[in-house]
Design a protein around this ligand. Sequence first.
Ligand SMILES: [Zn+2]
Length: 91
Amino acid sequence: MASCLDNHTIHRMVTVASVEARMSSVVAYRCPNTDNEVVTAIQTDNVTLMRMQASKLAIWVWCPHCMAGHQISADAAQVQDSRRLASLTAD
Ligand SMILES: [Zn+2]
């Protein structure tokens, strides 16, 4: 059951994978309530995200639009190049 994994577990997995791969990409998702794109602090890469999607993992993320947490499936998450963050935060 994916719900047995808490956010810390997944965050740690992703962080470790990121350090090993030396990537600078982060996980982004679309808020289900406001339809705004949210960029998380979770660092990952495409390979890690594909593994998470294959495992049907769910991720708990903090949403700055709702001031609450969302549980999103790995299918709904995307990898964003952190170099895009400047344009996203300028929204
Ligand atoms: Zn939200």
